[in-house]
Design a protein around this ligand. Structure first.
Ligand code: SF4
Length: 363
C-alpha cells in the first residue's frame, strides 16, 4: 500500500550520507556499528518500517521510530507503455511533482531520474524544459525515485549485478543535474554505495546541457559516465537550439570535456547526445563539423542520435529516416559510433523531451 506523505518534524533518513547517518545514530546514543545495519535496512533491504529491522532490539527500533522517518514519495499516477517503459508521476511532501521512468531492455534496465522540478536551461526542443524551474530536489528526493522503481519490481534485497532488472541509472529526467550539483552528487554516492543499492558508478550516466564549471568534477568527485547534450555542430546553430550556449559555448564545453577525460579512469568515453532536427542540424556538413571538433579537442566520443519527438507548440520536425541514416553513417566513416536511438515509451509521453506530467498539461 502506498504510504501517505505526512509533514513531520522527524528526521528523514533517506538521503542522509553515511557520515550524516552516523551523526544521527550517535545523537541517540547508539554505537557506530549500528550505522551499517541501518544503512543496509534502508538500501539493501528497502524497508520503510522500523519494525522490520529484525536484527535491532525492540527498544532500538522504537527509539529510531520516535526520532526518524523513512518516506517514499507519493505515486500520483503510473503508466506502462506497450514497450514496457514504466513511468511514475511522483509527489513530494510539499506537493511538487516530477517524473521517473524505467526503460527495460533485454540484458539490462535503466531508471531515468529527475533532479529538479522544472528546468532553467530552456532548450527550445524540450517539452520538459517548457516547465519553469520551481526548485531543486533534495538528495533524498533524488534517491527515492530509484527506490520507488525498485519497490515496483520487488528487487529487494539488492540482487547480484547479473540478475538485476534495474541495473543502470541515467540522470536525464527533468532538470539540469549540474544546476543541482551538491544534491545530485550526494544522491548518486548513496545509490552507488556497495552496502546498499550498489549500482556501479560505471552504470551511472550523468547527462548535462554543458555546465562548464562542473563537468570535470563528474569524473573527480563521482567517477560515473558523462553524457553531454550537444545537438549542434557550431555555435550559431547551438545557440538557436540551446540558448545556454551563449554562456557556455562549444569550445568551452569541449575543453571541460578534455579535463573530464584527463581525470576519468575507465569511464573516459563521453557520449554526445544529438537530436536530429530535419534540415537544421542533420546535414553531412554538420557531421563533418562534429568530426573536426572531436579531432581538434582529441575527445574519445560516441554519439547518441536521438529522433525528435514532436510536441504541440514546437516547430521542429524529426529528420527523415534517410537523412538520419546518412548522418549516422558519415560519423561512422570517421570512427565515431553513432547509433540512432530507438524511441521508447512514446505512447505514454515518456520518451526523451516529452517528460512532462499529463496532469501539468491539463492545468
Ligand atoms: S533538455 Fe534537459 S537541460 Fe534542456 S531544458 Fe530539457 S530538461 Fe532542461
Amino acid at each position: 500500500m502506498q504510504k501517505e506523505i505526512i509533514m513531520t518534524d522527524k528526521i528523514e533518513l533517506i538521503g542522509l550520507s553515511k557520515e550524516e547517518l552516523a551523526e544521527a545514530i550517535a545523537e541517540i546514543g547508539e554505537k557506530p556499528f549500528r550505522v551499517k545495519q541501518v544503512w543496509q535496512w534502508l538500501y539493501h533491504h528497502g524497508v520503510t518500517d522500523f519494525e522490520k529491522m529484525s536484527n535491532l532490539s525492540k527498544d532500538l527500533r522504537a527509539k529510531l521510530a520516535e526520532k526518524f522517518t523513512i518516506t517514499r514519495p507519493k505515486i500520483v499516477a503510473e503508466q506502462i507503455s506497450a514497450d514496457k517503459t514504466h513511468k511514475w508521476l511522483l509527489e513530494f511532501a510539499d506537493g511538487q511533482r516530477i517524473e521517473t521512468v524505467y526503460i527495460p531492455e533485454e540484458d539490462r534496465g535503466t531508471v531515468c531520474i529527475s533532479t529538479q522540478v522544472g528546468c532553467a536551461v530552456g532548450c527550445t526542443f524540450c517539452h520538459t524544459g517548457s516547465q519553469k524551474i520551481t526548485r531543486n530536489l533534495t538528495a533524498g528526493e533524488i534517491v527515492s525515485q530509484f527506490l520507488v522503481a525498485r519497490d515496483a519490481y520487488n528487487e529487494w534485497p539488492t540482487p547480484t549485478d547479473e540478475v538485476r532488472h534495474l541495473s543502470n541509472i541515467v540522470v536525464m529526467g527533468m532538470g539540469e543535474p549540474l544546476h543541482n550539483k551538491e544534491n545530485t552528487f550526494k544522491a548518486l554516492k548513496i545509490l552507488s554505495d556497495g552496502d546498499g543499492v550498489a549500482i556501479s558508478r560505471r552504470k551511472i550516466t550523468l547527462s548535462t546541457s554543458g555546465i562548464v564549471p562542473h563537468i570535470a568534477e563528474v569524473a573527480s568527485e563521482l567517477g560515473c559516465r558523462l553524457a553531454v547534450s550537444l545537438h549542434a555542430s557550431n555555435n550559431e546553430l547551438r545557440t538557436r537550439i540551446m540558448p545556454i550556449n551563449k554562456k557556455y559555448p562549444i569550445e568551452d564545453i569541449l575543453t571541460a570535456c578534455q579535463e573530464f577525460q584527463r581525470r576519468a579512469g575507465s569511464c573516459k568515453y563521453i557520449t554526445f547526445e544529438y537530436l536530429l532536427l530535419n534540415g537544421l542540424n542533420d546535414s553531412l556538413e554538420n557531421a563533418h563539423e562534429l568530426v573536426d571538433l572531436m579531432k581538434k579537442y582529441k575527445i574519445d566520443a560516441k554519439f547518441n542520435l536521438i529522433p525528435f519527438n514532436p510536441w504541440p507548440g514546437c516547430d521542429y520536425q524529426p529528420s527523415s529516416k534517410n537523412r538520419a541514416m546518412a548522418f549516422s553513417k558519415e560519423l561512422g566513416k570517421f570512427g565515431y559510433a553513432a547509433p540512432i536511438r530507438v524511441a521508447r515509451g512514446q505512447d505514454i509521453l515518456a520518451a526523451c523531451g516529452q517528460l512532462k506530467s499529463k496532469k501539468e498539461q491539463e492545468k
